[in-house]
Design a binder for this molecule. Structure first.
Ligand code: 5AD
Ligand code: SF4
Length: 484
């Protein structure tokens, strides 16, 4: 499959579409006597969140205003995830819910994009069961969204545009409305070549392709000058980064660390087969690279790792984890684990528990295996019965919850720098943020440090020192001791 690099001159048609859509929606705004609004609902990973920031950027450029919740929006885009079946089910549920809104307002536009659109069965189901969806387009052609939107509005029938090609677009050519004022998501590479046997991503996101390092550095410099404190370098497998002049991931990390302005540089995800001691050394040595490593384990059994097509074994994984602990003593390791992969025996599962215990993961995303049509594992014999999977999943969760609590408990009594993310969702006078090691912290501001002129929102993106007072299973409580 060819990789198509999209240049500015290829986007002339999109510029026309931007102009035509602006005209169309401003006329609609006059007719309706109000602003025309949009809502982008994101499912799944940070790469999808990054794509959604681009969709929002393009919708803003057309002149639409963002609203919360789909119900009242004039343009609703569902940016979907196909990694597990439950995310797919949620989309179909939500498409059912917006049907009535579409019926009562014919001008409403409903779009579906993201990884689900690359699975032909899903597209067929949308065509058949949700004919009122106006457009379906795939994540590789996100940059052409205005063209699809214009054509869907013009044709007044469902428009489906799924490409067979892999695209790479200079991200500076796509407008972005960033969701957070302090954290910028910066994809450095797209796609995946690994074909883990359970995973749909290589089919949905295509082959690996990396952005040019110079382009990434330009974006990072711009973000630093705009005041972003945290940058997340993203890729399905960041360690596979390959620049056009032979640059590798450590070159990207080094370049980001050298830029003046970022307090925190994060990267994800790393693949255990590719992560090098060089990268861990960089985490240890650069004060602005976060002391956190996300290293998906998937399974602690060598036999299952082989069946998963994960080319590392338990011993190699443990070696990397121990090296990280040694070099980055105050750091944290998080992971992804799948329970109930086809053929997983009780012994295999106990192997996973052992590795989890030995690594003492600070946090983990644990998943029940979900059969993905088209992947190799879907046709493997010995699919594990649901009750066995849920039993193992519960045991893993109990162990991991205990480890996460212990990791939080180890923080109590210490004082560390927090990047403030905003007001806590549970209490208005509590702020929330993260340590350099990615621990979630909820904290209060003592009266002596309170600024009556500031609302909780004003603190978003500021740095402060917090003394930790109490541990919870998923977070640490604390009190601010100094605002920076
Ligand atoms: N079933 C369950 N979990 C999966 N993941 C990927 N594919 C599947 C699947 N078919 C998990 C992996 C991956 C994370 C993003 O999602 O753990 O690291
Ligand atoms: Fe999926 Fe494996 Fe690629 Fe991760 S490395 S996106 S799990 S195929």
């Amino acid at each position: 499959m060819a990789i198509i690099k999209v240049a500015k001159e290829d986007l002339r048609e999109r510029d026309n579409a931007f102009a035509e859509l602006s005209e169309y929606f401003s006329a609609l705004s006059v007719t309706k006597g109000r602003d025309i609004t949009y809502n982008v609902r994101t499912y799944g990973c940070q790469l999808n969140e990054s794509d959604s920031e681009k969709l929002c950027g393009m919708l803003q450029q057309i002149g639409l205003k963002e609203v919360k919740g789909e119900a009242s929006a004039d343009v609703i885009i569902f940016n979907t995830c196909a990694v597990r079946e439950n995310a797919e089910d949620r989309l179909f549920g939500n498409l059912g819910i917006v049907k009535a809104d579409k019926k009562s307002d014919k001008d409403k536009i409903i779009g579906v994009c993201g990884c689900m659109t690359k699975v032909p069965e899903n597209v067929e189901k949308i065509k058949k069961s949700f004919p009122y969806v106006d457009l379906v387009f795939d994540p590789q052609q996100l940059h052409l969204f205005p063209v699809f939107l214009r054509d869907a509005i013009g044709k007044k029938k469902q428009l489906v545009n799924i490409s067979a090609e892999d695209y790479i677009v200079d991200d500076s050519l796509v407008p972005i409305t960033r969701k957070r004022k302090f954290r910028a998501l910066v994809p450095i590479m797209y796609g995946c070549n690994n074909f883990c046997t359970y995973c749909i991503v290589p089919y949905a996101r295509g082959r690996e392709r990396s952005r040019d390092l110079s382009e990434i550095i330009d974006e990072l410099n711009k973000l630093a000058s705009q005041g972003y404190k945290e940058v997340m370098l993203l890729g399905q497998n960041v360690n596979s980064y390959k620049g056009s002049n032979g640059e590798r991931f450590p070159d990207v990390l080094e370049a980001a660390a050298k830029i003046d302005g970022f307090n925190r540089i994060r990267f994800m995800s790393s693949h255990p087969k590719d992560i090098s001691t060089e990268i861990i050394d960089m985490v240890a040595e650069h004060p602005n690279i976060e002391t956190h490593l996300h290293l998906p384990l998937q399974s602690g059994s060598d036999r299952i790792l082989k069946l998963m097509n994960r080319p590392y074994n338990r011993e190699e994984y443990l070696k990397t984890a121990h090296y990280f602990r040694e070099r980055v003593p105050n750091g944290s390791i998080s992971t992804d684990i799948i329970v109930g992969f086809p053929g997983e025996t009780e012994e295999d599962f106990l192997g996973t528990l052992e590795v989890v215990k030995e690594c003492a993961f600070d946090s983990a995303f644990t998943f029940q295996y979900s059969k993905r049509p088209g992947t190799k594992a879907a046709s493997m014999e010995d699919q594990i019965p649901h009750d066995v999977v849920t039993d193992r999943f519960g045991r893993l969760l109990d162990l991991q919850n205990d480890l996460a609590y212990k990791s939080n408990l180890a923080k109590v009594g210490k004082t560390e720098e927090i990047l403030i993310e905003g007001q806590s969702s549970t209490a208005p006078d509590i702020l929330t943020g993260r340590t350099m090691s990615n621990h979630l912290v909820n904290f209060t501001i003592p009266d002596a440090l309170k600024d009556p002129g500031k609302t909780s929102d004003d603190y978003e993106g500021m740095l402060c020192d917090v003394k930790f007072t109490n541990a919870r299973p998923y977070s640490v409580d604390g009190e601010m001791v100094r605002l920076k």
